[in-house]
Design a protein around this ligand. Structure first.
Ligand code: MLT
Length: 255
């Protein structure tokens, strides 16, 4: 039996809430999706960092080929190699390289979960893989899973709740315990997904994004192509997990 908690926005999370547990950090539009995409494209690691200058310093000090990535206001940061669109993180750009990344909400949500025993990155693109890994870790450690939504600028956003619901729909088993927020997130995903599958499901998720705060921000800056990219449910098998050095590396389970 696994217990699943959902935190609608990490800003409202009580201090120490994730201590000793499994934290799944969810910023569907777009930090989580981008990190999962970078790892799937062969990045050696993704190193999340809170601020721009720290990211620059870290990238300059790390051994091996390193790139800087991330956004402020949704746009690539001045003199950074990459922005925060998952579409930029192709194998030819990132394979064999370490990406130091800083984003407005996603990397801050990650920092808020540092007391968790295990921290993984969850998105819709890797929801089945990350759900399975989180549940296995929860059983191994006899600890709960915390689905930690990043939100946008301290406000709850529907796309992250949808991501939490998608993970629950794939991974929560009969007999698992869901707190009320987790139940709401799963119900939201069921409402959006209905009985759809394949491209029709991706389209339904994309439409739901377009009505969400994070989705509208991206439409406003002309990044609408990122919506279907982030809606490509179960397109990636990677499980980015924080290691002891603070780097996100793939820890997906064998299928
Ligand atoms: C964030 O971390 O705030 C987001 O990923 C924002 C974005 O991608 O524009």
């Amino acid at each position: 039996m696994t217990t699943w908690h959902c935190h609608d926005c990490f800003h409202g999370m009580p201090r120490g809430a994730t201590a000793g547990g499994i934290a799944v950090v969810i910023d569907v539009l777009r930090a989580s999706t981008t990190i999962a995409t970078a790892i799937a494209a062969g990045a050696t690691a993704v190193v999340p960092t809170g601020d721009i200058n720290a990211a620059r310093r870290l990238a300059a000090s790390l051994p091996g080929p390193t790139l800087t990535g991330g956004e402020r206001g949704g746009l690539r940061i001045d003199q950074f190699d990459l922005g925060n669109s998952p579409l930029e993180y192709t194998p030819d750009r990132v394979a064999g390289r370490t990406v130091v990344i800083t984003t407005t909400n996603g990397t801050a949500a990650l920092a808020a979960c540092r007391d968790a025993a295990v921290v993984v990155i969850g998105a819709i693109v890797n929801r089945a893989a990350v759900g399975r890994a989180a549940r296995e870790e929860a059983l191994r450690l006899a600890a709960p899973v915390h689905l930690v939504c990043a939100g946008t600028d301290a406000a709850v956003t529907q796309e992250d709740l949808l991501g939490a619901g998608a993970i629950l729909e794939a991974a929560a088993a009969d007999g698992d315990e869901l707190d009320p927020a987790a139940t709401r997130a799963r119900d939201l995903f069921r409402k959006v997904a209905g009985t759809l599958a394949g491209p029709a499901l991706v389209e339904a998720i994309t439409r739901s994004f377009a009505a969400s705060a994070g989705g509208r921000n991206l439409l406003d800056i002309g990044m609408e192509a990122d919506l279907p990219a982030a809606a490509a449910i179960d397109s990636l098998d990677v499980v980015p997990m924080l290691d002891a050095r603070g780097s996100l590396v793939d820890r997906s389970l064998p299928r």
